[in-house]
Design a protein around this ligand. Sequence first.
Ligand SMILES: *Cc1c(COP(=O)(O)O)cnc(C)c1O
Length: 369
Amino acid sequence: MPSLDKFTAEKLDKTKENDQYRSLNITERSDGVCVKRNGKELISFSCNDYFGLSQDKKVMQAAMDATEKYGAGAAASRLITGNNPLYQELEKKLAALKNTENALVLGSGYLANIGIIPALMGKKDLIIADKFAHSCILDGARLSGAKLLRFAHNDLENCHYLLKKHRKSYKNCLIITETIFSMDGDRAPLDGLHKLAKKHDSWLMTDDAHGIGIIKGNKADIQVGTLSKAAGSYGGYVCGSNALIDYITNSAKSLIYSTALPPSVLAASNEAISIIANNPDICQNSLENAQYFAEKMGLKKPDGTIVPLVIGESDAALAASKNLYDNGYLVSAIRPPTIPKGTARLRFTFSSLHKRQDIDNMCALMSTR
Ligand SMILES: *Cc1c(COP(=O)(O)O)cnc(C)c1O
């Protein structure tokens, strides 16, 4: 057996050879869409704070007030003493926003998926997930021990085929998709998936991490989401029936055995969800910015606030990102294994706070590259 340092160094060499090496860059966010990295001011097109709520004065004040009132941390899991009254308020708001009977807030979107899926599914069951479903959905499926099949991205016919072929060999069946896809920015065929689930005696679960404020009328049985992106705060949630929520509260290990969220985070989420619920058009500016950019670049009209520009090889995507960085724009290169080989890309995320001039300037840089 090699020493631990030799083992890890060899593994890292492999990731470097494949242009998959990643490092943590210190990044300060202080105002709107501006960030500071290595002393350099950049306009970010890589934050998921689509409506600028992480920098909203009311959201920030709510977090500060809650810290003053309740302290900095929760001190225990929700089932012990961590169930601050702010949870109840937030869950009421989430259920109302999603038009479900109830909601449950968990530690993060990641913790929601890896807690909920294994709580519902087991060895005799079948999970059919979209090929591009987020890593934590796949981790949750694997943890459950259920059989996991993947249907071609957004392909109802392929999903139908898998159901016809495999559904009857398993006890329960769960179909899982994202609403707006995190790496491609496109929208799932929710109505079609809902019909397939009904027809083949299956449950439908959606992950709305990038769809809050955009996706309306989702009828999925289990609606997971995050408070860490458009809500500008932190945390995960699931919306659904009273029975579902009661059961998840009693069985999701990531809820039971992990400390509750800090009061400041809950208060920020509460304020942000109120803002989203009371301003149904809040997403309009970020959506219009994304569509403006896509049209200028000759790309497909986006369904949400994410626009991918697929480049191909990882080194080329890194070089394109570096070129933008040198000129004052932060746009992450997304590389395998996050996305399929040969589809390395620049992933642009749009905020309601971006100015058209910044989008124009960035487009000009890319056309002269
Ligand atoms: C970001 C993301 C998550 C994870 O949510 P966090 O709150 O950041 O842990 C889960 N699912 C999807 C689809 C995501 O994009």
